[in-house]
Design a protein around this ligand. Structure first.
Ligand SMILES: NC(=O)c1ccc[n+]([C@@H]2O[C@H](COP(=O)([O-])OP(=O)(O)OC[C@H]3O[C@@H](n4cnc5c(N)ncnc54)[C@H](OP(=O)(O)O)[C@@H]3O)[C@@H](O)[C@H]2O)c1
Length: 231
């Protein structure tokens, strides 16, 4: 197996942390990033105690200077990146499109859309140094245009926007070694998904781990349960 260097955003808890654990257990080098230095270090140390190859770097997806600092740290420490997983996300507002505030929309776009855009731009030079760079964007079925429902408008807008980012960036990178895909983890038992969610952390991490580590993947697609799905 070729050992990959895999960076995950928002990985101090939830699906991101599960992805880090699983790829490290598979023998890859995992870079656990988090916006809170103490929480990120504590999460990384717990995995390191099992003897696994996990590194912590602070990265707030909504803070461009910390994003650029993190990219420089990865460049200095590893010289390249094989897989970037844009997992960090928020879901803080349940208002529908008739009442949602501009502030809530801006907050969701900052973390769920502009964050992955800035992080991808910062890490593309390092992904170009990989044999096959991969960007995996965390979307949601709540951002799917086909069969779109109402409610939770700020979150839905941000997840539709990240799907658009995937499609546009995949096209802009066609002539390079970098593949860009979106995925939905399903409804997962995390702080965001709640205790009533039907999927376990392992089930929620599965498609991202598969996209990160499987031998062949396409580009510019939207996946759920390891299968291509409609936008
Ligand atoms: N759970 C579900 O049912 C579900 C369904 C569809 C899609 N998703 C998507 O899956 C991804 C992971 O969700 P989850 O359920 O694991 O959520 P979660 O348990 O709430 O964890 C979210 C993670 O994102 C981090 N984060 C938030 N804002 C950030 C920022 N500005 N910079 C860096 N990290 C930030 C959080 O850090 P802090 O600890 O510092 O807050 C936390 O580590 C999200 O993109 C979510 O939209 C989840």
């Amino acid at each position: 197996m070729e050992q990959k260097i895999i960076l995950v955003t928002g990985a101090n808890r939830g699906i991101g942390l599960e992805i880090v654990k699983e790829v490290a257990e598979m023998g890859h080098k995992a870079i656990l990033t988090a916006r809170d230095e103490m929480k990120g270090k504590a999460a990384a140390e717990e995995i390191q105690r099992k003897g696994l190859d996990v590194y912590f770097i602070q990265l707030d997806a909504a803070d461009e200077s910390l994003v650029n600092k993190a990219a420089k740290q990865v460049a200095d420490q590893f010289g390249k990146l094989d897989v970037l997983i844009n997992n960090a996300g928020i879901f803080n507002d349940r208002e529908n499109s008739l009442s949602v505030s501009k502030k809530a929309i801006q907050e969701h776009l900052d973390v769920n859309f502009l964050g992955p855009l800035m992080v991808s731009q910062a890490f593309i030079p390092l992904l170009k140094k990989s044999e096959e760079g991969r960007i995996i964007n965390f979307s949601s079925q709540m951002g799917r245009l086909n069969g779109m429902g109402g409610g939770s408008a700020a979150y839905r807008f941000s997840k539709t926007a990240i799907n658009s980012l995937t499609a546009v960036m995949a096209a802009d990178l066609t002539s390079t070694n970098i593949k860009v895909n979106s995925m939905c983890p399903g409804w997962v038992k995390t702080d965001m998904g709640g205790v009533g969610a039907p999927k376990s952390l392992q089930q929620g991490a599965d498609t991202a781990v598969w996209l990160a580590t499987s031998e062949k993947i396409p580009t510019g697609k939207f996946f759920a349960d390891r299968r291509e799905t409609e936008w």
